[in-house]
Design a protein around this ligand. Structure first.
Ligand code: 13P
Length: 248
């Protein structure tokens, strides 16, 4: 499995941030062993896709319907037309801020796959669930509820992102990450059969150039989804480089 290093720019960046993408694209070309992806805001998608080179560009959300009266929303087909090749579904910020349920996340991912996109489906416990010892159970249930029936190894990526580790500088221990990823792998095999063995499982939450190498040594960690540290080439490229070193 090729390691995937994906950046989620969230609601950050005007057109000036595309200069960072140019630098990321140039460096990614020199690290061919690693897949590099960026999800910019919708407003930058087309221009990002046009100048991304080998960096794969994707959206951060989509609607489950192909079109219709859904003010403010974007369909999977619209993302494709802008040059997106993947979409993040069910990020914890969408689950928390917009009340997205597993069923809704699954329907969005289903629409994304139907439109020819890869879906990066996010799952992860919050701090209370971790403290109460329910993290493994919560994440397994989210996975089961969020993976669409048309998923396979080529069109699905899972990202395990504990909400309490996002933007906080805190991360689970390597043992906790490995334990969770092993559960996710086992559950994927149950859900989609042998295809589940080859679905990439990313870790997300306070990943940076210093901790990425150790995180990539955890079992069943096939890459990372990065928020804050993906916004500048200076912070993102050491992550790509470390991943390339581990992959060699
Ligand atoms: P940070 O890397 O800023 O913690 O965000 C992680 C994340 O939410 C990626 O989707």
């Amino acid at each position: 499995m090729r390691t995937l290093i994906a950046g989620n720019w969230k609601m950050n960046g005007g057109r000036a941030i595309l200069a960072e993408l140019d630098r990321i694209a140039a460096a990614a070309a020199a690290a061919p062993a690693v897949d590099v992806a960026i999800a910019p805001p919708f407003t930058l998608l087309a221009e990002a896709a046009a100048r991304a080179g080998g960096v794969v560009i994707g959206g951060q959300d989509c609607h489950s319907a192909p079109k219709g009266a859904h003010t403010g929303c974007i369909s999977a087909g619209m993302l494709v037309e802008m040059g997106a090749r993947f979409v993040i579904c069910g990020h914890s910020e969408r689950r928390a801020e917009f009340g997205e349920s597993d069923a809704l996340v699954r329907s969005k991912a289903h629409a994304a796959l139907g439109a020819g996109l890869t879906a990066i489906v996010c799952i992860g416990e919050d701090e209370a669930e971790r403290d109460e010892g329910r993290a493994l159970m919560v994440v397994a249930a989210e996975l089961e509820g969020s993976v669409p029936p048309n998923a396979n190894a080529a069109n699905l990526v899972i990202s395990y992102e504990p909400a309490w580790a996002i933007g906080t500088g805190r991360t689970p221990t390597l043992a906790e990450i490995g334990e969770m990823h092993l559960i996710i792998r086992a559950k994927l095999l149950q859900l989609i059969g042998e295809e589940g063995a080859r679905v990439r499982i990313l870790y997300g939450g306070s990943v940076n150039g210093t901790n990425i190498a150790a995180i990539l040594t955890c079992p069943e960690v096939n890459g990372a989804l990065i928020g804050g540290a993906s916004l500048t080439a200076d912070q993102f490229l050491p992550i790509v480089q470390a991943a390339a070193n581990v992959s060699q």
